[in-house]
Design a protein around this ligand. Structure first.
Ligand SMILES: Cc1cc2nc3c(=O)[nH]c(=O)nc-3n(C[C@H](O)[C@H](O)[C@H](O)COP(=O)(O)OP(=O)(O)OC[C@H]3O[C@@H](n4cnc5c(N)ncnc54)[C@H](O)[C@@H]3O)c2cc1C
Length: 284
């Protein structure tokens, strides 16, 4: 199917991009285009203008903030994430995700910002960012604001971005020496959509001091607070982690479809949560 006829703008700066979004009521940000171009061809979305942010230099940056957080520009591609020495050193699980995602074409063009703003329930990054306690820097006509990843995903394909706003960057808090990350996915075959995802950030020094666990593939990524509370103060044994995982599933409301029932997805998400915590507590 052919693309519809529409206007195309390629701003040089975030300020120009924000002005374009503000000036045109029915404008849409274009990043890697890996999802948006298909949605245009299928006539699922009908913007009048595409505002291509993929070549704005500041959105391509990866750098440390003064507080030690790693700032990843929204237009950084999966390949760039995977290759970045900064990401590999500070957040190896995030870098590894960039290197494993889908296929070569999507990794070359797809961006972390597009992944987050699409808010597809099956996407890789949302549960990871929620578990990491990432912050999202948003730019709009009123300037910049930051929001927690935890509150950013409102519903499938719906985020807390207001009309005219764009995602500027993703801020990953620095990991302490005793913090580790785990990430697990269940999918059927290597190329299919994920059925269940879970990510965990655990602080452990023989005893678990802090845990953040998020499930993915429900409508939005959800923290598992009962599981987190049950982990804290325990030694990271298989039995303790399994007992805590038995409390997981709260607020997780996946769909049932031809690929898997909702009950199966929930059961598997809990298994992924257990494995993610194990991965985050195993000695490397
Ligand atoms: C064959 C195939 C398989 C895939 N499999 C997976 C998978 O297994 N896991 C996974 O996570 N993803 C998968 N994807 C999705 C892929 O990762 C997309 O590229 C990604 O989700 C969207 O990123 P993009 O940069 O291409 O964004 P685009 O397609 O350009 O944009 C997507 C949406 O985000 C908005 N947007 C983009 N950037 C911004 C911004 N900075 N500010 C505000 N809004 C913005 C756009 O307006 C649009 O609504 C797959 C895609 C394909 C084609």
């Amino acid at each position: 199917m052919l693309l519809p006829s529409l206007a195309y703008e390629r701003p040089e700066t975030v300020e120009e991009a924000v002005a374009l979004l503000r000036a045109t009521r029915n404008a849409r940000v274009l990043a890697g285009g890996q999802t948006l171009l298909n949605a245009l061809k299928l006539r699922i979305v009908h913007p009048d203008v595409l505002v291509d942010v993929s070549r704005i230099p500041s959105l391509r940056e990866i750098a440390h903030e003064p507080d030690g957080a790693l700032r990843i520009g929204a237009a950084v591609t999966y390949d760039e994430l995977a290759a970045s020495p900064l990401v590999r050193a500070a957040h190896p699980v995030t870098a590894a995700m960039g290197s494993r995602l889908v296929d070569r074409q999507v990794r070359a063009r797809g961006t972390i910002g597009g992944n987050v703003c699409l808010a597809d329930p099956t996407s890789n990054f949302p549960p990871l960012l929620v578990a990491l306690g990432a912050r999202l820097r948003v730019r709009g006509a009123r300037g910049a604001r930051e929001t927690d990843a935890d509150g950013f995903f409102l519903a499938p394909y719906m985020t807390a971005l207001a009309p005219g706003e764009l995602l500027d960057s993703v801020l990953l808090p620095a990991l302490a020496a005793d913090q580790r990350v785990g990430y697990e996915t269940l999918q059927v075959g290597t190329d299919s959509w994920a059925l269940a995802r879970a990510s965990a950030l655990v602080r452990c020094n023989g005893t678990i001091r802090e845990a953040r666990v998020a499930l993915g593939c429900g409508p939005v990524p959800v923290r598992q607070r009962a599981m987190e509370r049950a982990l804290v103060g325990r030694a990271p044994t298989a039995a303790a982690i399994a007992a805590a995982a038995a409390l997981a599933g709260e607020g997780f409301d996946p769909p049932g479809d031809v690929h898997a029932s909702a009950a199966y997805r929930t059961k598997m998400a809990i298994v992924m949560a257990r494995r993610a915590v194990r991965a985050a507590t195993e000695e490397s």
